[in-house]
Design a protein around this ligand. Structure first.
Ligand code: GSH
Length: 142
């Protein structure tokens, strides 16, 4: 199986973790951030993570991937109840976290930014959504 990811993506980390927990092999494919063709061909939209199964079909959505892999072999590991308080907290924190993280992610040596075009694509897309990175970075040290 292949897992298409971005290294900076927390949803991709969730999908990667289940392979470790179940001790199952997976081939990781880091897409360039400006590669729209690959995800659109696989799932019809530009999004990661994407699981490509043995039969070639593709599955989006990190938690769908987690549950699919978890139930593939052996006893399922992810069986606890969801805690709605955590989902609420994440929704609340998301705006602040993105403004702190995205300007710094844009400068980090992740494989999805291996070309200048891929890094510019990320920077332009995220700045259009949350604001100017230089301005945002000026609000916190580091
Ligand atoms: N609900 C999805 C969310 C995945 C998601 O938002 N992935 C981001 C990366 S962190 C993405 O692919 N965004 C589109 C883009 O970067 O162009 C999941 O849980 O898998």
């Amino acid at each position: 199986m292949k897992l298409y990811i971005y290294e900076h993506c927390p949803f991709c980390v969730k999908a990667r973790m289940i392979f470790g927990l179940k001790n199952l092999p997976v081939e990781l494919v880091v897409m360039l951030n400006d590669d729209e063709e690959t995800p659109k061909r696989l799932i019809g939209q530009k999004m990661a993570p994407i699981l490509q199964k043995q039969d070639g079909s593709a599955m989006p959505e990190s938690m769908d991937i987690v549950h699919y892999i978890d139930r593939l072999e052996g006893e399922p590991l992810i069986t606890g109840a969801l805690n709605p308080a955590i989902a609420d907290w994440l929704r609340h924190m998301n705006g602040y976290v993105n403004k702190l993280l995205l300007p710094r992610i844009a400068e980090a040596p992740f494989a999805e930014f291996a070309t200048p075009e891929a890094r510019d694509y990320f920077r332009n897309k995220k700045q259009a959504s949350i604001g100017d990175f230089t301005e945002l970075k000026s609000h916190a040290a580091g």
